[in-house]
Design a protein around this ligand. Structure first.
Ligand code: FAD
Ligand code: NAP
Length: 865
């Protein structure tokens, strides 16, 4: 440490915390910090408090979360003193509210207005932040909090010629305080997101001519504004605390009922009733949850989308305009839907016109108007409702330098990386309120902001209590959170849209899903848990040393976790407590209600002759014209349960994705027919299928053996035996979470012994019913012990939370060492059983797609998909 740095170490910073921004977030944070005895200073670029509601003063600006809920809930006294006038309050009222909050808690005295924070640099030696403002001031602080908003940096007009226009120019997000009078003017509005959709009807009331330039139509439903809905007000009045708590533990930050009804499969009249009710309710939280699966299932989503398009057609009289206003390029909800007051009807007015930029793009803006490929429109005023550099804009706009001299902008060049959306490694004591990776913009932000502020304030108090001065997430925790957030998004339709949630509205911005879609409730549970587990994933340090409980807070795929929770609720007896007959019947009952898997071209049942009698098989043929490669498939079930149809959804999925005939053949089970009966049957099935490929509609020399679990054990074994016997020739072997060794002593057995359906106890039961102890190390029971050279290429699939994981990995490694080409698919966040739960565990789909892609690569004559 240099002498200068050493001197600085002893120096106290000017303040404990610098807070940047004075909207909802900055105000509440300053209040909490002061109450906890911290010295804090706020900086705000605007001349007053309000944030979003200071800047966005365009006509029609309102909230789109009911104001009963879009409000602070931390102080019952505050709530008693303020009553909202409308279901959705207008901008002036929300601004007045935030001014009232600032006054009530005397917050302005800690805020320097009209001042931008331009730089913040972490001084590692001194353990503090050095903050430089536009006023030329430098302030040092122990902690630096960006309460700078998710939607506070306007996207600058990016249209050719924009700077040439000589008429009036307004940005909805930087609206003049004195208002704008459009009376008698020819006005253009560019942009039809929430800001455009709210302002267009009111601008139309004044303008002589209004031309709306629309690049992408958006879904909007009527807000039905007016007094707050009586039921909600009554519920709130009856028990305010319970109502607020319900909001905090809801998915979106607004209390509501979740449905289990799916769009597909619900009778038309019930669907209609729910959709009409949602249209009448005029609430985002209702229209986005008409069906449980509308955010994940394209068909269900289309039901909602088409309902709204139908409404548009019923309102807009000109069919061409109605069609142009009807969104068809994104799933409903994947761009933020809008709430409007008379938006669609505005296009029936004689002086209002829609220009569809999809068919006639803008070529340039001139001194006097806007030119498209079709026309030149003379304009007096242009209103840009073109949105924001959302989520990261305000953070990377400040020159923030971390411990190693790198900037936040550099670290996030390929997309933001955070732990809980709150902190990022390399930037100690640096917090963001509602940062990327938090529920933020997908929620009622008043609730999310309070949650984040409370967490940060509690964290600073905890640090102080423990004598700690710095906190920073660990790389492992941050990477785990990024992965979890991406996993949550991946099972939804959201990543398919060119939305600002994906960064798609700003040219050059990295395309990732910026917010966390696991829900306000799910997120709160995680944040609480992290704190309860001694700040899991954070490293703290202070004069007395360091402490760190490293780890990843959510490792399971979100839908795998949901299935496990649902199963835990059933309180089932341990599977190994049931005799085989009972276990088989039990599994049949469970399987009866599951989705069947995708449609295939043909399903055919047959029998083939095995060494001890007939073996039933079920064949799945793709819809595409044959002949096809053939996959001989052996089902899972620990050699004790299951049959040729027990893995039907997985077989159908494989058939469709790999474009191959899948023949699922049964085999004899233990304990009735113990080892090596199943092996003999599997071997016989292989010879039979190879000999009958043509009759099965298969291509010669395009045969693969495959299986799941115990079935994958059989597939591996018959591949070895076919090599030894000089045939049949195999193109490959697909081993999905295979049993490869009987020792049951790997690390994955210890880690995953309990809790993930296939337990160590169940596996012991299977081995005991299948194979005598003294024969388990034979290669035909434990293929890992066999000779592994000269085998067909393998695709080995392992699941992270599977007792069998390590023996699968060991098999893949041993095959590779023996010179066999291997593709290893590592299904992170999955259990032994979840990958096969087609149509239930959606996160398995991408791994099955990966498996199929590898399979197709082994089968050159499959059609490219
Ligand atoms: P903001 O309100 O954006 O405040 C951030 C402040 O930080 C700004 O005042 C900005 O000037 C300041 N700042 C930024 N960078 C600097 C810097 N470097 N130096 C100094 N100051 C800086 N959300 C909902 O949940 N429901 C709604 O109904 C809703 N309606 C919305 C309507 C509009 C028109 C918009 C744009 C957003 C809406 N939102 C809504 C989202 C809204 O942004 C949040 O609800 C909430 O107001 C954000 O509060 P905040 O304090 O986090 O950020
Ligand atoms: P937005 O949703 O990003 O909409 C911007 C609009 O401008 C889009 O229609 C976009 O088209 C268009 N656009 C952008 N650049 C363009 C260009 N170069 N040429 C032509 N068109 C262009 O922004 P926003 O309306 O300001 O809303 C942002 C978010 O703020 C909302 O989603 C919401 O979360 C919040 N908000 C809420 C309310 C409310 O009701 N309470 C009101 C306003 C804002 P493309 O879609 O093709 O990019």
């Amino acid at each position: 440490m240099t002498e200068a740095a050493a001197q600085q170490t002893g120096r106290e910073p000017d303040v404990d915390v610098v807070v940047v921004g004075a909207g909802f977030a900055g105000l509440y944070l300053l209040h909490r910090l002061r109450a906890a005895g911290f010295r804090a200073r706020g900086f705000e670029a605007a001349d007053d408090v309000g944030g979003t509601w200071y800047w966005n003063r365009y006509p029609g600006a309102r909230c789109d979360i009911p104001t009963t809920d879009y409000t602070f809930g931390f102080d019952p006294e505050l709530e008693r003193e303020w009553t909202w006038s409308e279901k959705y309050a207008q901008q002036p009222e929300i601004l007045r509210y935030l001014q009232f909050v600032a006054d009530r808690y005397d917050l302005r005295r800690d805020i320097t207005f009209g001042t931008r924070v331009e730089e913040a640099a972490w001084d590692d030696a001194a353990g503090l932040w050095r903050v430089r403002t536009s006023g030329g001031e430098t302030v040092t602080s122990r902690f630096h909090v960006m309460a700078t908003g998710c939607l506070s940096v306007p996207k600058q007009p990016d249209i050719e010629g924009a700077d040439r226009f000589r008429g009036e120019v307004h940005l909805t997000s930087r609206w003049p305080h004195e208002g704008v009078d459009f009376t008698g003017k020819r006005v253009a509005v560019i942009g039809t997101g929430s800001s455009g959709i709210q302002s267009i009807p009111l601008i139309a009331q004044q303008a002589a001519e209004l031309t709306v330039f629309q690049r992408t139509p958006n879904f909007s439903i009527p807000a039905h504004n007016g007094p707050a809905p009586a039921a909600r007000v009554e519920r709130l009045a009856a028990d305010r605390a319970a109502y607020r708590e319900a909001g905090r533990w809801s998915r979106m930050g607004v209390p509501g009922e979740a449905t289990e009804l799916t769009g597909v499969g619900t009778p038309e009249d019930v669907r209609r009733e729910r959709l009409e009710a949602a249209w009448e309710a005029g609430e985002l939280q209702v229209i986005t949850s008409v069906f449980a699966d509308q955010g994940t299932n394209p068909e269900s989503n289309e039901i909602v989308a088409e309902f709204i398009r139908e409404k548009i057609r019923s309102i807009v009289t000109d069919p061409e305009t109605a069609e142009a206003l009807s969104p068809r390029d994104h799933y409903f909800g994947t761009k933020r839907p809008c709430l409007d007051t008379g938006y669609y009807a505005t296009f029936n007015l004689p002086h209002v016109r829609l220009v569809d930029l999809r068919t006639t793009p803008i070529t340039t803006i001139t001194e006097t108007g806007i030119e498209t490929t079709e026309e030149s429109v003379e304009i007096d005023a242009i209103v840009y409702a073109t949105g924001f550099d959302a989520m990261t804009g305000a953070l990377v706009n400040v020159d923030i330098t971390g411990r190693d001299g790198g900037t936040l902008a550099e670290k996030w060049a390929d997309g933001p990386s955070t732990y809980l959306g709150l902190m990022t490694t390399g930037f100690p004591n640096f917090f963001a309120i509602t940062g990327p990776g938090s529920p933020s913009v997908l929620s009622n932000m008043a609730v999310s902001i309070e949650q984040h502020v409370d967490w940060v304030a509690d964290c600073l108090i905890d640090l102080r209590d423990r004598g700690m001065t710095t906190i920073e997430p660990t790389p492992q925790a941050e990477e785990g959170w990024n992965r979890h957030a991406a996993d949550c998004a991946a099972i939804t339709l959201h990543p398919t849209a060119n939305s600002w949630y994906m960064g798609a509205n700003v040219p050059g911005k990295p395309r990732v899903f910026y917010p966390y879609i696991g829900g306000v409730d799910g997120y709160r549970a995680v944040a609480d848990e992290v704190r309860e587990r001694d700040y899991l994933g954070f490293r703290m340090s202070g004069p007395d040393g360091e402490r760190c409980t490293d780890g990843v807070v959510r490792r399971l795929q979100p839908d795998v976790s949901a299935v496990l929770e649902a199963m835990a609720q059933l309180d089932l007896p341990p599977l190994e407590s049931m005799p085989p007959e009972q276990l088989r019947a039990f599994m049949d009952t469970l399987n009866a209600d599951r989705p069947q898997g995708p449609d295939v071209g043909e399903v055919r049942d047959g029998v083939l002759l095995g060494p001890a009698g007939d073996l039933a098989y079920r064949l799945f043929r793709p819809a595409s014209p044959g002949p096809h490669p053939v996959v001989l498939y052996f089902h899972g079930g620990g050699w004790v349960i299951g049959d040729q149809v027990s893995d039907e959804p997985l077989c159908r999925d494989l058939c469709v994705r790999a474009d191959a005939v899948v023949v699922s053949v049964d085999y004899r089970h233990g304990p009735e027919a113990r080892y090596p009966a199943a092996v003999e049957d599997a071997e016989a099935a292989l010879h039979w299928v190879a000999a009958h490929t043509g009759e099965l509609g298969g291509l010669p020399d395009q045969l693969v053996v495959a299986g799941w679990s115990a079935g994958a054990n059989l597939a591996a074994v018959v591949a070895q035996r076919a090599r030894d016997a000089g045939g049949p020739a195999l193109r490959g072997q697909l081993l999905i979470t295979p049993v490869t060794d009987s020792t049951m002593a790997t690390g994955s057995y210890r880690e995953n012994a309990e809790g993930y359906v296939l337990t160590a106890g169940v596996m012991r039961y299977f081995w005991d019913h299948y194979c005598d102890e003294d024969r388990r190390s034979e290669p035909a029971a434990s293929p890992l012990r066999g000779r592994l050279d000269d085998l067909p290429p393998a695709i080995v699939v392992t699941a992270e939370f599977d007792p069998l994981r390590d023996e699968g990995i060991a098999y893949a490694e041993a095959l590779r060492a023996a010179g066999v080409p291997v593709e290893h698919v590592n299904a992170h966040g999955h259990t032994h059983t979840s990958l096969s739960m087609v149509g239930v565990v959606l996160s398995g789909a991408r791994f099955r797609a990966e498996i199929a892609a590898h399979l197709r690569a082994l089968l050159p004559e499959t059609a490219p998909v």
